[in-house]
Ligand binder design. Structure first.
Ligand code: 3PG
Length: 305
């Protein structure tokens, strides 16, 4: 069977090779389209049974064009780029690869926090992470890796996640919180790891950010959609001590950069999972999952049940 690997943002070379080896060894055939356009995607999906993507948008139009498609695996954690209802209606199984790229994202959180507390390395005197408090918003795979690394920095930790029992956080030395206002008011740093859903979209805005203590830093390696961008900008303009660092460039990035200068930083493209290791782990896992589904319906990580 044919498996399309379509990545607007390509995997590292070694990861793409490992994916190809995995697919070829299974007796399936791989098609690789890197940096492809929407038109390329619509053409390439026409004859494939399996599809591996990253943050590439897979909607009903793509599924209509993919007459043979049985399974889509998002090589990564978040699957807000895939229309799950359309997939279900088309009889297509959608899976993600949980945990495979979470260390890479968690390490970037610290890269970004150090950069911000050292004033973007501009030569002025900054501050240290040791002894500061960190609020982790969502205690999934990334949040847990963030907690693990934060301990090495000597930060005190709290987390909020309605789906995770307190005991799981406590076992990691993290104090559970049940109130989002407290997460913002009690932490020098807040790191977002919530998915983009209808409930979370636009949920982080003026009111929450204004609750942060003096010199608070908001770190977003999750999704730009969870931010109310106008509200955040208003807060950053009123509170010139606050800072925002994101791996997910906001739509109002230019305005934020003009008005807040070095208090904000955005990666030009989502970089959290862009490491050789994360690409390899997520890419090979995705290949194995597509192969297993096509072989005997293996669907452990199906997200459109
Ligand atoms: C994820 O949801 O796994 C991360 O945001 C990584 O996304 P990417 O594969 O587009 O880098």
């Amino acid at each position: 069977m044919k498996i399309l690997v379509f990545t607007e943002k390509p995997f590292a070379k070694a990861a793409a090779e490992a994916i190809a080896n995995t697919i070829n060894a299974s007796g399936n055939e791989m098609k690789l389209v890197e940096k492809g356009t929407r038109a390329d995607l619509l053409e390439a999906v026409k004859d494939v049974e399996g599809l591996i993507v990253r943050s590439d948008v897979i909607d009903a139009e793509v599924m209509d064009a993919a007459k043979n498609l049985k399974v889509i695996v998002r090589a990564g954690a978040g699957y807000d780029n895939i229309d799950l209802a359309a997939a279900t209606a088309h009889g297509i199984c959608v899976m993600n690869t949980p945990g495979q790229n979470s260390n890479a994202v968690a390490e970037l959180v610290f890269g970004m926090m150090v950069m911000m507390c050292r004033n973007q390395y501009n030569g002025t005197s900054g501050s240290e992470l040791k002894g500061k408090s960190l609020g982790i918003y969502a205690f999934g795979q990334v949040g847990r890796n963030v907690a693990r690394i934060a301990k090495g920095f000597g930060m005190s930790l709290t987390a909020l996640d309605v789906f995770v029992p307190d005991a799981v956080m406590e076992a990691e030395g993290v104090k559970p919180l049940h109130d989002v206002d407290k997460l913002f008011s009690e932490n020098d740093y807040v790191s977002l790891h919530i998915p983009a859903t209808k409930d979370t979209k636009g949920s982080i805005g003026y009111d929450l950010v204004m609750k942060m203590p003096k010199n608070g830093v908001l770190v977003n390696t999750a999704r730009k959609e969870v931010i109310d961008e106008a509200g955040l900008l208003k807060a950053l303009e009123e509170r010139t001590d606050l800072r925002y660092v994101a791996d997910v460039k906001p739509d109002n990035a230019k305005e934020m950069e003009e008005k807040c200068a070095a208090r904000v930083f955005f990666t030009p493209k989502k970089m959290g999972a862009q490491t050789a290791e994360a690409n390899f782990n997520a890419g090979v896992a995705a290949a194995e999952q597509v192969i297993a589904y096509l072989k005997d319906g293996w669907n452990k990580y199906q997200v459109n049940k």
